[in-house]
Design a protein around this ligand. Sequence first.
Ligand SMILES: O=c1nc2n(C[C@H](O)[C@H](O)[C@H](O)CO)c3cc(O)ccc3cc-2c(=O)[nH]1
Ligand SMILES: C[C@H]1O[C@@H](n2cnc3c(N)ncnc32)[C@H](O)[C@@H]1O
Ligand code: MET
Ligand code: SF4
Length: 337
Amino acid sequence: MIEPMPVSHPRTVTYSPAYTLVPTYECFNRCTYCNFRTDSGKSPWLSLSEAENKLKQLQTQGVCEILILSGEVHPHSSRRAEWFQRIYDLGELALSLGFLPHTNAGPLSFEEMKALKQVNVSMGLMLEQLTPKLLQTVHRQAPSKIPGVRLQQLEWAGELQIPFTTGLLLGIGETQEDWWETLEAIARIHYTYGHIQEVILQPHSPGSQQSWDAPAFDPDQLPEVIAKAREILPGDITIQIPPNLVGHPQGGHPQACLEAGARDLGGIGPKDEVNPDYPHPTAQELREILEPAGWELVPRLPVYPQYDSWLSPNLRSLVEEWRTTIRTVDSPSPLKL
Ligand SMILES: O=c1nc2n(C[C@H](O)[C@H](O)[C@H](O)CO)c3cc(O)ccc3cc-2c(=O)[nH]1
Ligand SMILES: C[C@H]1O[C@@H](n2cnc3c(N)ncnc32)[C@H](O)[C@@H]1O
Ligand code: MET
Ligand code: SF4
């Protein structure tokens, strides 16, 4: 039997050194798998001064991406404008302190999206799954998860030339056929607009807050989903998997996902706000697992280089500055995330 050898020219896998700001945990949806949301009025909104204090601490810690991840205020609520303004202001603040914002705040109006493009280098929204039958189950009380609403977001992001992250949530009651249909829809939209930079394959991972009592998506199934996704998706879309949710590193799960075609590990920071019961490994811990298997872990920005020309001049110059320094953020000393 031949032992696997560390190869002299390792293949590369990327991650984004990130920190997550949560404008509010309050959400008018009730996805039954959610471990993030609180009821309206139960989560004080993040103030700009609190955010500024936190961001200033992060300036010396190798963080590049600020992920602005939010619970949602209903589009027809009288508080919607104030909610949106806070999200905009947080992006503007993060930029002014030298970070690169990426916002995922659920479905937005065309005008809201257009405004956020000015203060984000990329944006995101998971399709989850397109099958309407989930509206009778996990999404019964989640109007934001109506498949047509989310597809529309992808189209608008394309029209607005916003570099975009989307993905599938796996194991919420869908069939295998449903996976391929959702992936085909992403591929179709990308063939029209060319704006999808990455697709996250996110395994449902039960946490202590969710109301739905269901098992985790079986990590042994993930490599076959990745391999098929690699066939369906255009080659310029990167497949992202969350290293804290794919099963035990000792079981070889992350490596199996990479062998199947995943090439990115997403935002890595001190806390996964969506799955707080599953801490992120540090970049250094990941390196120790991946290097012996022949994979080099390399930091990246939240916008892929092919989209730099879509950014407004002020964002573009900040991004270009980061491109010259990002390779040095986590070496020679480990990231202090
Ligand atoms: O740490 C996380 N980052 C999440 N991210 C951030 C992601 O890992 C990357 O940092 C960004 O996509 C930038 O490339 C998301 C971004 C999206 O646009 C949509 C969904 C997610 C989901 C997560 C998540 O569950 N946990
Ligand atoms: C921000 C994204 O996080 C994902 N998300 C929400 N809850 C869970 C969970 N229990 N396990 C895994 N992913 C989850 C959804 O796909 C959402 O769009
Ligand atoms: C924890 S989910 C955060 C983003 C948004 N509420 C969505 O579900 O799309
Ligand atoms: S997953 Fe997002 S939309 Fe659904 S309840 Fe949680 S915060 Fe709200």
